[in-house]
Write a protein that binds this ligand. Sequence first.
Ligand code: CA
Length: 698
Amino acid sequence: MRFRLLAAVALLSLAACKQQPSSELPGAVNGARILAANGDEWLSYGRTYDEQRNSPLDQINQGTVKNLGLAWFADLDTARGQEATPLAIDGKIYITTAWSKAKAYDAVTGKLEWEYDPKVPGERGVAACCDVVNRGMAAWGDKLFMGTLDGRLVALDRKTGKEVWSVVTLDQSKPYTITGAPRVIDGKVIIGNGGAEMGVRGFLTAYDADTGKELWRFYSVPDEPGKNTADHLKKAEATWKGEWWKQGAGGTMWDAMAYDPELDLLYVGVGNGSPWNQYYRSQGEGDNLYLSSIVAIRPKTGEYVWHFQTTPGETWDYTATQHIMLADLTIDGAKRKVLMQAPKNGFFFVLDRTNGKLISAKNFVPVNWATGFDVATGRPIENPESRYYRSGKVWLGSPGPIGAHNWHPMAYDPLEGLVYIPAINSAFPFLHKPDWKPNKHGFNVGLDLAAGAMPADAKIRAGAIAATTGELIAWDPVAQKPRWKIKFPGAWNGGLLATAGKLLFQGNMAGEFNAYDTATGKKLWSFDAQTGVVAPPSTFRVNGEQYVAVLAGWGGAWPISAGVVAEPQGPIRNHSRLLVFKIGGKGKLPDPGPYNLPPLDPPAKTGTADQIADGARNYGQFCSVCHGDSGVGTGVTRDLRRAGSLGDAKIWNQIVIGGALKANGMISWKEELSDQQAENIRHYVINRAHQDKALGMK
Ligand code: CA
């Protein structure tokens, strides 16, 4: 291992490294510095190119963690989901926050060094399927790089936070977004995008770190026949049917990347189809390459090398954009260079990363779309009922579109040989929508999204809540089985960090930030973060002291869309903050006081039964993905049952049709809804509020 590491360093290092600890190399970040990182710094998204999120630091360990305390904290100026990994370079911490803002702090004192706001237009929020989040920055040379929600890639001067260059990476007339962190390989800044719920075509682009010049672009799905020049796209055409390109076909690469410097391969996770329903995307047939695949790309040229498709003919939003992690494992007595992923479809994949061949696949939560994988063919053994567009009946699929695992990063512990997965148990009623046509705004997935709305029935709700849980799973990737598990009452919990101190750090929706024993899962330390924590922590060392940093702040796809099952413990408030811990830290968070959620006190019922039913249909189609299933919002975005405008038809219309709150992301829906349809949604929400009040909701 050591030999290989040094060989790789030699390969990349032209000037920099003489095996000094990285903290003695202030200044430019380069491949040698990232490869030689000894844990003192956190230089790239997953710390190292293999994205193991494992730190060799052990000052904070099972013996000392009882003395771990808050060194300092910083309040953030947004109250939406916070998902970024803090970078730590030369004694400074760099974060991004909701709405694609960036901030730099002195790692020891917490002093704000600079902040940057790209001023993303609020209207862009409607294109974001999953909250206006950002997962962080990449560092190279003396610059930092980040994507913005409206599709820019921005280079900032690391010292001053001033913009050095900015490029628009995508067609801003289409509903693309960027929420993922870029990676930089050998001076090439690589960035993807999202939007496959709305109707776009996914691609990855590389830019020159110095100038912002575009170097290459890799498309994940074919354009219409005759327009594809790349060999991998020409090959993919045969796996599609009909006029797939009309809705973009999807395949957005919005999160996972990893890099092997010896093989010189960049691994990227590809997202779901656009629309979800394969009937409308590809006449219900074909593998639809390279949806839901892991692709290996040559980072110098963007050239395709190999792929592995985790879900052929994807039709359930089963992306393979989830965390990709590289490791060398001993399997059947042989050392293997593997790639590991636990994508939304619920199977843990171990691939040979030299060629993309499947070594093993095993489900890490209960799933019902497939019974297993055939290792010889690399294909799933599908449950025929799962293709809901053939039956036209509701199919209750597990996992649901939120996945068995979403974007929340895993972590690897080489001491225990375990991969830790922030997993989800979820289900979703998939129902084909006859005569579906895409809309200009909002989700375009080809499903009847209103059909599965949660009824006002206490028993059904309790059942749904009980069936929707989160799990922290310690997974043995060689044996393909869990060693230990911790179950959480809610699905959406934090990303992970494992350390040589034999500690596993994770925040959760109950507002805890915890440290567990990596071997057993025993909870050894806990901090009250006063808000849901979904972001992954990072760790670093300055002046001989080890720190752990994490962003707190509740939000993301699940909190905004999942309604009553999103927060089984009651509404979770968003206190968006950067929290930084060290041994002996004595900092205290201020008393948060009571959570003054507006009461569930709706105006008198309005509307006829037909109007309410019409409102329910359009709420399900246009509103639920941001304001919560069945009108049950969580407070990250407005809980409409408690909105002041609910009792005033005129103000309601000014918002829904007039676009009065577009700066917050609430655009005008006049291209989709008539005045009467908007008013019917108000009738529906009033009715829902009365039903929930009768059920005893506060
Ligand atoms: Ca998706």
